[in-house]
Design a protein around this ligand. Structure first.
Ligand code: SF4
Ligand code: SF4
Length: 341
């Protein structure tokens, strides 16, 4: 039985890609700013207070996902917020909450690495004049790599008791994890340079190579996004099967064949919604309701969720790490020899 199409109205809604770009640039600038402040802090620690600044930006803890996951688990076990890297704990909750509300939007609206990958991939596409999509027999096993990495970290962490988590979180290895991360990028080993160069080259040829195949954080958000409240929905009655949505999707999702997009690779980037030529055909809506959310409101949703959770950290007095700068002085020189406990 053929489905009768209702009258087609042209989609005149303005795209949101400029807003997404502003969001990505803002978060990238904040990250660079945090990096500069943390550099000043390390200069202070390494020069015994002669250079730099004693101020340590708490936002650096956004880059400590393993420590944050452990803090989160420790909180679930004990109801306590561990005082080392507490901002990481709050940021982690913010990322989880956003994934459960608006899918993997962190990856395409917030993450500076996702931002970089996107534009490196766009540059590659521009010079090659085509989009390279790996065949399924390669794409599926490669996509599973990020889940294997996530599984490896999660299994090791979820096997720990509250007491074991506390020992790790209290330890020097966790305290200095931010400095070790800084060393990783600013005093790169030859091996690191080779790996990052290979990832960069792969990202030129295959858009979002790191995000699609290797990022364990993206894997976690992808799993949570399967239960997300808001998602992309297609109205089959007004769809004209033009396939513009499929062509615009950086995650190669078959939107034209879906009623509702349920995919761990959908980053809520809104490219498909922007490219759909028919009004009210592709929309960002709650899973079990047909109430339409203006796609621009995703920005407000992100701002509200992140600022509420971060304000929670500030107001409850759990934002700043309890580690005094003297402790950093004590362990800085010996950091190469500090390992897991
Ligand atoms: S389905 Fe739409 S929102 Fe999701 S990744 Fe593809 S283009 Fe972006
Ligand atoms: S862009 Fe996709 S959802 Fe919109 S009319 Fe074309 S095929 Fe249908």
């Amino acid at each position: 039985m053929s489905v009768r199409k209702i009258s087609i109205v042209k989609n005149t809604e303005k795209p949101v890609q400029n807003y997404r770009l502003i969001s990505q640039v803002l978060f990238a600038v904040v990250s660079i700013w945090i990096g500069i402040e943390f550099y000043q802090f390390i200069a202070f620690v390494s020069s015994n207070g002669i250079l730099g600044s004693a101020y340590r930006p708490a936002g650096v803890e956004a880059y400590l996902p393993i420590s944050s996951l452990m803090s989160f688990l420790y909180f679930l076990f004990t109801g306590l917020i561990h005082p080392v890297h507490p901002a990481g704990f709050f940021l982690f909750i913010g990322f989880l909450a956003v994934s459960l509300i608006a899918g993997k939007s962190f990856c395409s609206w917030v993450c500076p690495i996702g931002f970089m990958s996107e534009y490196v991939g766009a540059f590659g596409q521009h010079i090659m004049k085509k989009k390279i999509v790996l065949p399924k027999f390669l794409d599926y096993p490669l996509r599973s790599l990020k889940y294997l990495l996530l599984g490896f970290f999660s299994l090791s962490i979820f096997a720990m008791s509250a007491a074991e988590l506390k020992v790790f979180l209290d330890g020097d290895y966790n305290i200095i994890a931010d400095v070790k991360l800084f060393d990783f990028f600013f005093h790169m080993s030859q091996f690191t340079v080779i790996v990052l160069t290979l990832l960069f080259i792969a990202s030129i040829f295959i858009r979002n190579f790191w995000c699609r195949y290797l990022c364990p954080y993206g894997a976690l958000f992808g799993i949570l996004s399967l239960a997300s409240i808001f998602r992309i929905k297609r109205n089959a009655n007004t769809c004209i099967d033009c396939s513009l949505c499929d062509k615009s999707c950086p995650s190669h999702i078959k939107i034209m064949k879906s009623g509702t997009v349920i995919s761990d690779e959908c980053t809520s980037c809104m490219n498909c919604v922007d490219s759909c030529p028919v009004e009210n055909t592709l929309e960002f809506k709650p899973m079990f309701s047909n109430i339409k959310m203006n796609k621009k409101n995703l920005i407000w949703l992100l701002i509200i969720v992140y600022s509420t959770i971060l304000a929670g950290g500030y107001v409850s007095g759990h934002w700043k790490s309890s580690v005094p700068v003297e402790k950093y002085h004590d362990i800085y020189e010996n950091r190469e020899n500090i390992g897991h406990q």
